[in-house]
Design a protein around this ligand. Structure first.
Ligand SMILES: Cc1ncc(COP(=O)(O)O)c(C=O)c1O
Ligand SMILES: [Zn+2]
Length: 417
């Protein structure tokens, strides 16, 4: 075991690896997991990792678990990294890779982190997993609770896309919908967990174990690129911790000598709900909450990301990266562009591809750069949004002759004449 405990990012207090923690007990700030990287570097051969099954747990030594016998897995992670020269041309960069996290077991990035929190729930002896969520975290929490034989309770905005809510209920969650927006729900949910009125394992925004799962993006991307970091990684931002942890992963690999440099991190939000982008554009040091406005990227609708947002902003800056807000039209065009590559992505998951041309135009990303866009959720997760983008032809045939007539009525490209 190489996990040595947590350090508070603010007061720098240190905590033992076996403690059941959320925020820093002394100052309520975020905790960051630490590892004995010097020893890990001596013991673990990066190339030997490639012979293990391609899941998040390929990197188990770099995750904060004490009992590998309790790992709760659905085979998450190990998602394809696909090169697209066509999308690279369209976005104006030399080399573009799409990290397709829609391919996770429940269809979103959340499985990377919930697999870790479900495992910790078993280690700590909890019977119930809980979270607040814009939808994806809820369905993932429910799935991993089912897999672990635990119960789950999830709190979501009333308008959560039906597929996400249905998936959570299908996996057996108690779904409690709240007539409010995510950040207001988050504040109430945190109060509930802290009140001690329930003894649930919180898989929500305060869980420092869960967040470590997110850094596995970095390890997978570097491994798939032949232990090379790209120039830029773009990630959709809701709370912001996926971006923070991806960068942590690259920094750990540099400390281990597995890569020789780290990428610049770029975060993308929907323009109408972009508190982190706004703070970055105004060169502020703290992210302030904004008025929530709806966008097609419903999963990213976090109007007040609080501590996480500020940490994300700091990470973007420290990496020399950038942030961009995108319009609904740009997001839907990115969904279509991914569709032309055969990729089925929910609007929230496609914002990175929408943001890339903007960041190229503004000069934050060089045309000669190598870029990874993380796409984070399946089209099935927000299916109504996708269904609105197409019209199913009225045309239908019954007999063979009608089929021939319909088929020969198509142009040589396969479309109706
Ligand atoms: C599809 C999708 N992409 C990206 C994110 C962003 O995650 P984070 O809160 O780590 O910024 C979320 C979070 O809900 C999401 O559902
Ligand atoms: Zn502290």
């Amino acid at each position: 075991m190489y996990f040595t405990g947590f350090t508070c990012v603010s007061c720098q207090r240190v905590y033992r690896p076996d403690q059941d923690l959320l925020l820093c007990p002394a100052c309520d700030n975020l905790l960051e997991a630490q590892y004995d990287l010097a020893r890990l570097g001596r013991d673990v051969d990066r190339d030997a990792l490639a012979r293990r099954p391609a899941t998040v747990w390929r990197f188990a030594e770099l995750l904060p678990v004490l009992d590998p016998g309790k790992i709760v897995t659905l085979g998450e992670g190990g998602t394809p990294l696909l090169r697209s020269d066509r999308l690279a041309r369209e976005c104006g960069v030399r080399e573009l890779w799409i990290k397709t996290d829609a391919a996770n077991p429940t269809g979103s990035l959340k499985d990377r982190s919930i697999t870790v929190s479900a495992t910790k729930a078993l280690e700590f002896g909890y019977g119930v997993l809980s979270c607040d969520s814009t939808g994806n975290k809820a369905s993932s929490t429910a799935a991993y609770a089912a897999r672990a034989g635990l119960r789950s309770v999830v709190f979501c905005p009333y308008e959560t896309p039906l597929p996400k809510a249905a998936q959570a209920v299908f996996f057996g969650a108690e779904l409690i919908r709240v007539r409010s927006h995510y950040s207001a729900i988050n504040a109430m949910y945190r109060q509930l967990i802290r009140s001690g009125r329930v003894r649930w394992y919180d898989c929500g925004t305060d869980n420092p174990f869960r967040y470590e799962g997110k850094k596995t993006y970095a390890y997978e991307i570097a491994q798939d690129l032949g232990w090379r970091a790209p120039d830029h990684v773009l990630h959709p931002i809701a709370g912001g911790m996926s971006l923070v942890k991806t960068w942590k992963g690259f920094n750990e690999m540099r400390a281990l000598g597995w890569v020789d440099r780290v990428p610049r991190m770029a975060g993308v939000q929907a323009q109408v709900c972009a508190p982190i982008v706004e703070a970055w554009e105004r060169a502020e040091t703290v992210v302030k909450g904004i008025e929530k406005r709806p966008s097609v990227a419903s999963a990213l609708g976090v109007a007040d990301p609080g501590l996480l947002g500020t940490r994300c902003l700091e990470t973007i800056r420290a990496s020399g990266g950038a942030a961009a807000g995108v319009t609904d039209d740009e997001i839907l065009n990115a969904v279509r562009a991914l569709g032309r590559e055969g990729l089925f992505v929910e609007p929230s998951g496609a914002v990175t591809l929408a943001g890339l041309p903007r960041l190229v135009r503004s000069g934050h990303i060089d045309r000669e750069a190598s870029v990874v866009c993380v796409v984070t959720g399946s089209g099935f997760k927000d299916f109504e949004a996708i269904a609105r983008m197409v019209s199913i032809p009225e045309r239908a045939v019954t007999t063979y002759d009608e089929m021939v007539a319909a088929a020969t009525g198509l142009s040589s490209e396969g479309t109706p004449r």
